[in-house]
Ligand binder design. Sequence first.
Ligand code: ZN
Length: 511
Amino acid sequence: MSPSGMAGITENRRTARNVSSSRPAQNGTGPAESEPDALTIGRRIRYLRTSKGMTLDDLASAIDRAPSQVSTLENGKREPKFSQLQAIARALGAGVDDLLSAEPPSERDALEIELERAQRGPLFATLGLEGVRIGKSLPHDALATILALHRELERLHSERAATPEEARRANGELRDDMRAKDNYLPELEQVAKALLADVGHTSGPLPQRMAAEIAAHLGFTLHYVSDLPHSTRSVIDTRYRRVYLPSKGFRGRSNTRSALLQALASHVLDHTEPRDYGEFLRQRVEANYLAAALMVPEKPGVKFLRDAKDERAIAIEDLRDAFGVSFETAAHRFTNLATRHLGIPVHFMKVHESGILHKAYENDGVRFPSDALGAVEGQHVCKQWTARRVFDVEDRFNPYAQYTDTTSGTYWCTSRVENTPDGAFSVSVGVPFAHVKWFEGRETTERRASRCPDESCCRRPPQELSEKWGDFAWPSARPHASMLAAMPSGAYPGVETTEVYKFLERHAPED
Ligand SMILES: [Zn+2]
């Protein structure tokens, strides 16, 4: 299961932590909820039998079987034949439907069935432990606690399987490193400057056509195709020196300039097949950085921002408009230049509409949501934060700004929602309260308080609602592919190499 899928379940699990809930946890060990399995049928038989005051022997003789056979059925060790079910139903004065219902006969039975399934499951088998004896002699609180442990074991197991240690560590190291450098890489600024000088661009924003000139300068021709492999934004063929890009409007992305510059950036930086996941991440950060540094060159970018700061009117959308880039690129570029050149500490977030954090950077002390091991990507962002609240704002034309009081101080953030084929994402830039005086939008009256990671902030529902609905709500988490889960396999994580090679073969010119 993906970490983001897991996070959804975690949240839902927290609201349903009360284990006396009559519903078994959806932990992957049981069959589909709607079909009765042998275990549930057995439980229903036993329930009806005991509520009629019949013993095992009574029922056995009524249906002309040995008591041990009835016991096997009641324990769910065997699926009863339909003719048997009919006989049992008759003996119990019930209908066959009563036996075939998927509903556990009682709350206690639901818990026992769940534990039985967990103990028969593959995860428990790997532990080499003896299961507890499930029956009347097992106290209710012990049953509840053992079940809670099983659920937690299952959750931790899925989480670890989905996000290998290496990926987490590499992510954390890279984030620490970028924070130490204030998200500013002077050597890449130099590479960008030299490349721009090579193609004769010395001042101002980079015109659209210059990206193609950079490609030509590096000896590449551009090819727009409609069958680019699904897992790629662009493909470079270094044998014939071609760059393949999606034809216009393909998959709803019109930003081919940024795709082209990123592809060229990897080439300029001599990136080779990454040796490990850490190197893969670093290459991606460098390619993104260089592409952004070409689109918003340092010198004119800094001049633009300094002028805006002098007028106390810094606005990310102004930077976006002045350089003809996406809001995300403008926000990213702002974080590169803000601390080093303007003396402003910042944070940046890209958050999916589901509330999951996809990208994050900070050097202003803001506390991102994090799991026990310190990973922030894939975590749920506080519902009070600008990055989440912006989704509720109807006006998607103007940027949304908000003050947020957090456990590490008050921040002001500006945010925008951008629609992509993968759903809507908010891109946010924030600064500590002391620096808001430089920004447009500081006059906003929107203000929220966030107590996260305290669960009572926005993760745990209000007690009144919990009491009313706790036993009556059963949402299913929607599984979705996560970037993190896909990454660590293959030479270029997340890319299907075979698909890429076949694509290149198909498009190669005749020798
Ligand atoms: Zn919160």
